[in-house]
Design a protein around this ligand. Sequence first.
Ligand code: CA
Length: 236
Amino acid sequence: MSKPAILIAEDESALVTLLRYNLEREGYRVLEAQDGEEALLVAAEETPDLVLLDWMLPQLSGIEVCRRLRARQETRNVPIIMLTARGEESDRVRGLDTGADDYLTKPFAMTELLARLRAVLRRIRPSLAEDVVKAGDLEMDRATHRVRRAGTEVHLGPTEYKLLEHLIQHPGRVFSREQLLDAVWGSDVYVEARTVDVHVGRLRKALNVEGTADPIRTVRSAGYSLDETGAVAAAS
Ligand code: CA
């Protein structure tokens, strides 16, 4: 399984260095942004699994970045942990109103940050921490590589398996063909974008168990997403 990507949006370079060192040691992939505008750009391009967002950022405040991330479909569900200066209690409340998932007041202990980060990832994306991932009537066991749809075992080719594994970790999030290429085939391999359509077609066909709806949504000129609510509706 690919490493969870953490975006650090922070302008204090000493803190960024410290965070990067500790996050990489824990097995995360680290992305960086030094100001609010850059944070939005990186978040849109790389779709991180979690954002560590400094409250006081140049260009665009952390709180504004948080609002804009929540307003965009691709980043609406990304977990956000805000980093604030000591004693900003009113800010703390405003931050949670804006949609941050958790808060840490600087200075914080690295062990505390790592524990909170794991907790947020577990709560929001159990898929990052556990073998069995569920979305609606879909169930994927990554220890045994078995996939079930509405209780029926389905057989997937290796590429379709990887595609589903990526989509199921982020239900509802729309991925462009390029993002799926990077996630499934790797960014150093040349594959035509149309190849993604072919494999999504095969995945759809394999998941087409009698009495169930198509769980994969095609978003015109944007890409694909796993429609968790569709899968749930089909199961009921
Ligand atoms: Ca700052």
